[in-house]
Write a protein of this length. Structure first.
Length: 151
């Protein structure tokens, strides 16, 4: 990966709906060269996929909760079972396996506190081997980015 690839990736992360010609003009390359670079970045897995980022407020999912989860016992079968089941929860937009006091951190997007309670009671806490949870409610999103930046 060279500086042109990094610049192209930055542009794609900012707006992936430009035409190849627009990227080429911005980078001082030909459209064919840009097209080939994009295809190479996709084949190599550097570019994983393209998505539409949705404003949770516009779709009634603005109530964001960061939920710490501790398993009863941190053994392989419990870890794999929890991860398998959490992948099925559509309310969970992010899940991280952590070191420290808690085993996982989930980002949950729902409509309101009542919807979060329903999620906890009927979905999350029905997963076997959960020892405890701790929830923190997002007051304000100060920074949010999906971009990976290069120095």
């Amino acid at each position: 990966m060279d500086d042109k690839d990094r610049a192209l990736i930055s542009l794609l992360q900012e707006n992936c709906k430009w035409t190849t010609k627009q990227y080429a003009n911005e980078l001082g390359l030909s459209p064919t060269a840009v097209y080939e670079r994009i295809k190479r970045l996709e084949r190599s897995g550097i570019i994983k996929k393209y998505v539409a980022l949705v404003d949770p407020r516009k779709v009634n999912k603005a109530f964001a909760v960061l939920c710490h989860v501790k398993l009863i016992q941190h053994i392989k079968e419990n870890v794999l079972q929890f991860e398998k089941e959490v992948l099925q929860l559509k309310e969970v937009s992010e899940c991280y396996h952590l070191s420290g006091d808690y085993d996982y951190l989930l980002k949950v997007n729902v409509s309101d506190m009542e919807a979060y309670r329903e999620f906890m009671v009927t979905k999350l806490t029905t997963i076997k081997n959960i020892g405890s949870t701790q929830s923190a409610f997002v007051i304000n999103e100060v920074k949010y980015s999906t971009a990976v930046y290069f120095e």
